[in-house]
Design a protein around this ligand. Structure first.
Ligand code: MLT
Length: 264
């Protein structure tokens, strides 16, 4: 369904009954990343999975895509759907957005799910890599950039054993226009450090990470789980950066167990 947020619309799946759970996908993917785990989650919750601005079936406006502005989109989406309080989950860039949402709209959160993401801002090296990515895309090198980047979204094991998975993710990335690739890299590069926020997030939290994630490795998840007062840490064996796609059964079971624990 289409949800209009002022000047642009988001494409949103909204199914199931129970606690509202909004899941935000990572870069450069879409809500398709939740496809395999959606049935299990919809059986226990009202699951809302938007395509973030710029991705999938959503509109792709020009302009700034700061993590804070994407978090404001989520707040407006929640308003439009009548969700007063929600569990907010985010994968990687979606996690950066979820943490900015927590910074601005903390009282609306009943829980948080942080999937293969990190609380810290980029390092100097990370910022330089993003600048290089921006220059490659602006210089006409988007395909080479995505060819290099996308395989890192899955574990080294699956990269070798399941090339079809990489091909599917690469096909999703192919849909993202240059200006969105650039805007997100700039938005992620300038995101603030959310570490100081974590100790004050006194709500149930699930921190989930693929054992073989090389982009936001288990150490980043462990640090968040230590800093959050009420966190459960789950490491998904055999998965890399995108466990919902790589190991959907283990990922769904972990999230369902967390959602069930909220009503106990
Ligand atoms: C993502 O998976 O959303 C991005 O790779 C995150 C990042 O580049 O920091």
């Amino acid at each position: 369904m289409r949800v209009q947020l002022g000047g642009y619309g988001l494409e949103v799946e909204d199914h199931g009954e129970g606690v509202p759970v909004v899941l935000l996908h990572g870069f450069p993917l879409s809500s398709q990343s939740w496809l395999s785990i959606r049935p299990a989650l919809e059986a226990v919750a009202r699951l809302v999975t938007p395509d973030l601005r710029g991705f999938g079936g959503s509109d792709k406006p020009e302009g700034e895509y700061s993590m804070g502005s994407l978090a404001a989109d989520v707040a407006r989406l929640a308003d439009a759907l009548g969700l007063e309080r929600l569990v907010l989950g985010g994968h990687s860039m979606g996690g950066y957005v979820a943490l900015r949402f927590a910074a601005s709209f903390r009282d609306r959160l009943a829980g948080v799910i942080l999937i293969d993401t990190r609380a810290e801002a980029d390092t100097e090296e990370g910022r330089a890599k993003r600048q290089a990515a921006v220059e490659r895309v602006l210089g006409g090198g988007r395909d080479a950039y995505l060819d290099e980047f996308v395989p890192n979204l899955v574990s080294p094991t699956l990269r070798a054993r399941a090339p079809r998975l990489v091909a599917e993710l690469r096909a999703a990335a192919a849909e993202v226009p240059d200006h969105v690739l650039v805007a997100c890299q700039r938005g992620m590069r300038s995101r603030p450090d959310s570490s100081a926020l974590l100790p004050s997030l006194d709500i149930p939290a699930l921190v989930l990470v693929g054992e073989e994630d090389t982009i936001t490795p288990p150490a980043a998840a462990e640090a968040m789980a230590r800093a959050l007062p009420r966190a459960t840490l789950a490491v998904i064996p055999g998965a890399g950066h995108t466990p919902s796609v790589e190991r959907p059964i283990g990922t769904a079971e972990t999230i369902v167990a967390f959602l069930r624990s909220l009503s106990e």
